[in-house]
Design a protein around this ligand. Structure first.
Ligand code: FAD
Length: 413
């Protein structure tokens, strides 16, 4: 019989997915002496979107023992972001920011980056099984995962705890009906890579470029220079605006790039190095980020929007927070997942949410391009853009909605 579970095994923590959140959680738990099994349905290296990191993520990589490998990984150095709309331009240098901590990071090809992180977790003793798909879970104090491998052999994993790091796979939200409305409109992205051939003085490769469409303020582009003269380029808009058959995606992305003067100058008609991809309706949320015997990490829990490159940072933060709470629980302490994990994680996500919402109304764009910003305020905004969304000493973190509204009024006047 191939469709019956053939065996079962026991482990302290089973992790679904070997992306950044799964890899960092695995390493942190191994460092605490726990047995860890990571189940990943794909084989690495594999393409993934989300190539611009934020400096805040460096602290989590360091804690997980991955920093040296990342620094020596040959990735494109990053120290800020350049925003452009019509004849307005504004550059944020993340080293000049309110919060202490790293001001630099990397722009990464995720195939290589993700492979490197999970390799570091494996080196620290995590067992990683590629080509193994989680198909079911019996939740409870002693959760059981149902797994199928590529030979169609089924087996069960009995864990003391399960971390769902399955990203857009959203394994437990789907299996356990945890999905909740996002409050975000349905947007889409089309994207590819180009050989950019940028002369050295054309653009500062150490920064990503975020360009708003000259006519549509809710349509924006990213250009993320990568190592080796390659750049990632993409356009984000309301899903209907980018609703085109697969055969028409390449022409649409070229046409949109030609409409934005900066990207037209930097990239123009450079041929795409891979088929133009489309992801739509990526925003997601859940009722709660934990339940009996499990917690949700990274995109398996919540995903807002790509505009401020916050996805990987939130994923790593979730892994770091969850690993701490879980370690206490496995040691027999009474833990409150809602107070110790869900609420603190969502506090930072809500800071990004306030920024994202005001980006699409145009208010934050006006703030970014306002020429008479005080250096102090600029450093506070810079800190959030650098990912320091949990540093309550920053007024834009402590009270983002009120601060942004007040700042917008000041910029208008
Ligand atoms: P993932 O990286 O998605 O990893 C999940 C893993 O789980 C995958 O390898 C998958 O194969 C595996 N899996 C899924 N289902 C199963 C299963 N049933 N069994 C076993 N394994 C399974 N973020 C940034 O930080 N910077 C950016 O510039 C950025 N740009 C983005 C642009 C777009 C258009 C979009 C949509 C997102 C962007 N993001 C960006 C977000 C970023 O992609 C994610 O936030 C990040 O990859 C989340 O990491 P993760 O570890 O939660 O999940």
């Amino acid at each position: 019989m191939t469709n019956e579970p053939t065996q079962y095994e026991a482990v302290d923590v089973a992790i679904i997915g070997a992306g950044p959140s799964g890899a960092v959680a695995a390493a942190l738990l191994r460092r605490a002496g726990r047995s860890v099994l990571v189940l990943e349905r794909q084989h690495f290296p594999r393409f993934s979107i989300g190539e611009s990191l934020l400096p805040q993520s460096m602290a989590y990589l360091e804690e997980a023992g991955m920093l040296q490998a990342v620094v020596e990984g040959g990735f494109q150095y990053k120290n800020g972001a350049h925003f452009v709309w019509r004849d307005h331009a504004s550059t944020y240098d993340f080293r000049d920011k309110h919060s202490p901590g790293w001001g630099t990071t990397y722009q990464v090809e995720r195939a290589k980056f993700d492979d490197l992180l999970i390799g570091c977790a494996a080196q620290q003793g995590a067992e990683v099984r590629f080509g193994h798909t989680v198909t079911g879970m019996r939740a409870g104090d002693a959760p059981v995962l149902e797994v199928i491998d590529e030979n169609q052999a089924r087996y069960e994993v009995h864990a003391r705890f399960v971390l769902d790091a399955s990203g857009f796979g959203r394994v437990l939200p789907r299996l356990l009906n945890l999905e909740a409305p996002t409050g975000m409109p349905t947007r889409a992205a089309i994207f590819s890579h180009v050989r950019d051939g940028l002369p050295l003085d054309a653009f500062d490769r150490n920064k990503i470029c975020v360009a708003t469409h000259p006519e549509h303020r809710d349509v924006w582009f990213w250009m993320i220079p990568l190592a080796g003269g390659r750049s990632s380029v993409g356009c984000v808009a309301d899903a209907a605006f980018l609703d085109v058959a697969e055969a028409g995606r390449e022409a649409l992305l070229h046409a949109l790039i030609r409409e934005e003067p900066t990207l037209n100058r930097l990239i123009g008609d450079a041929p795409f190095l891979m088929p133009v991809n489309r992801i739509a309706g990526y925003s997601a949320n859940v009722e709660r980020l934990h339940g009996p015997g499990y917690a949700l990490l990274g995109n398996a829990g919540e995903f807002l929007d790509p505009v401020f490159s916050s996805g990987v940072t939130i994923a790593l933060r979730s892994a770091q927070l969850a690993a701490k709470v879980l370690e206490r629980a496995l040691n027999g302490a009474e833990v409150n997942w809602h107070a110790d994990y869900d609420m603190p994680l969502r506090k930072g996500i809500d800071v990004f949410r306030a920024f994202v919402e005001r980006w699409y109304t145009g208010e934050l764009q006006n703030i970014i391009y306002y020429p008479r910003q005080t250096p102090m305020i600029r450093r506070m905004v810079s800190a959030v853009l650098a990912g320091y969304a949990w540093d309550e000493s920053n007024p834009f973190v402590a009270d983002p909605v009120r601060r942004l509204n007040t700042l917008y009024e000041a910029c208008k006047g």
